[in-house]
Design a protein around this ligand. Structure first.
Ligand code: COA
Length: 375
């Protein structure tokens, strides 16, 4: 049975900080950001947007392709930016999408890897229950310390994927190269809002993990670089993906897959799948029946290399024009707004800022988050 991605959509903030401005303020040569890291803009988030509002916006866009919402009996919300260590962010999504109450809903985490874990678990679920559909969501807002080396690699966004039998976008293949190792390259203790990172160790572990996962994938599948039409990478900054591609995949052309991440920044769990959407939206060649390699990495660390083939007719399932319009219509924030967004952890009067969709965080009362539909 073919199982895989039946619908996929993403969203990000309506606001961005140009890295040219960040470089000027931090007295760093802008070439370091745009050439050295491969980033030109980063998404920044107003106080009425969080992983839930982002996740709902992406999920609403994905489930417009589902004719029978009640067939969704599994929702997995993948994030490393959770604000609650007990209640699942997925419950809010389930509520605002008005999904069936006969549904299994929970969150998972493993840094930037978690959406891949959710996708593979959803695939196994559909294997057991072929009429079922699963909705998996990766939603993250990435904050590092202000004025740190990692600051220009912030960003954020959400991807929602509907997983089903006879998928209309990508059939996921059964071979996975996996690699887990205990390493402190990126972590966020519950008392902190900002992630702590050993950047050099994380880039080293990313590469080592890719080498091991890809080797195992080749052994299991009998496939090689020439069997892959394109490769998409977890993209904490686009130079990382370019280096990985050049080392292991004979410098395949990955430009199309990097367009969105270059101007969004690191969206952690969502970033590999934003690369996939960017590839599908921006590749003129018809990718039907082509095999795409996917490398997922989550610090700490867990990594996976797997592949999927693109289904004929996939273009009918894309929202490419909407995606491009959404990115082009984002507003630049001023330096003061950037700092205010980071300082202000409470929602402001709700209509001060746009959110990615029609849901906004209205207030936090006795530590309860209250969301509402923007009028
Ligand atoms: N013009 C062009 N390139 C320049 C430059 C300039 N003026 N100045 C520096 N560079 C290049 C460097 O040569 C380097 O490229 P290279 O790696 O190909 O040699 C790149 O810009 C980064 O410079 P470096 O001095 O290594 O950066 P840094 O110490 O400030 O930190 C990271 C870079 C990525 C480690 C840091 O941003 C970080 O910690 N990010 C978060 C961690 C992360 O995303 N990890 C990924 C795994 S999930």
């Amino acid at each position: 049975m073919n199982i895989g991605i039946d619908a996929i959509a993403f969203t990000t903030s309506r606001y961005l900080m140009p890295l040219e401005e960040l470089a000027r303020r931090r007295q760093v040569d802008y070439q370091k950001y745009c050439i050295g890291l491969g980033q030109t803009e980063m998404a920044v988030f107003p106080p009425n947007e969080d992983i839930v509002t982002l996740g709902i916006a992406a999920a609403k866009r994905a489930i417009q392709f589902v004719s029978d919402k009640d067939s969704i009996d599994l929702v997995i919300f993948a994030t490393e930016s959770s604000f609650d260590v007990s209640k699942s962010a997925g419950i809010y999504v389930h509520h605002f999408l008005d999904l069936s109450s006969s549904c299994r809903v929970f969150d998972i985490k493993q840094a930037c890897y978690s959406l891949t874990a959710a996708l593979q678990m959803a695939k196994n679920h559909v294997q057991l229950y072929p009429k079922a559909r699963a909705l998996v969501i990766g939603s993250d807002i990435v904050h590092y310390e202000l004025d740190s080396a990692a600051e220009p690699t912030q960003g954020g966004g959400a991807v929602a994927i509907v997983v089903s039998a006879n998928p209309r976008i990508m059939r996921i293949e059964p071979f996975s190269g996996l690699y887990t190792t205990d390493v402190m390259d990126f972590w966020r203790p519950v008392k902190k809002d900002e992630a702590l990172v050993d950047g050099k160790l994380s880039t080293y572990t990313y590469m080592k993990s890719l080498e091991i996962c890809y080797e195992q994938y080749k052994q299991l599948s009998g496939l090689d670089s020439e069997d892959l039409s394109r490769v998409c990478f977890h993209t904490p900054f686009t130079k990382m993906a370019r280096k990985a591609n050049n080392l292991f995949f004979s410098e395949k052309n990955i430009d199309a897959s990097l367009l969105y991440n270059t101007i969004i920044g690191n969206s952690c769990s969502a970033s590999l799948y934003i690369a996939l959407i960017s590839l599908l939206d921006n590749t003129e060649e018809d990718l039907s029946e082509k095999r795409i390699g996917l490398f997922s990495y989550g610090s700490g660390s867990m990594a996976e290399f797997f592949s999927g083939t693109i289904v004929a007719g996939y273009r009918d399932m894309l929202t490419s024009d909407d995606n491009k319009k959404m990115l082009a219509s984002r507003e630049h924030v001023t330096w003061q707004q950037y700092r205010d967004f980071r300082a202000n952890k409470q929602p402001v009067p709700a209509d001060d800022f746009y959110t990615s969709g029609d849901i906004r965080l209205e207030q936090i009362e006795e530590d309860k988050r209250i969301y509402s539909i923007r009028s």
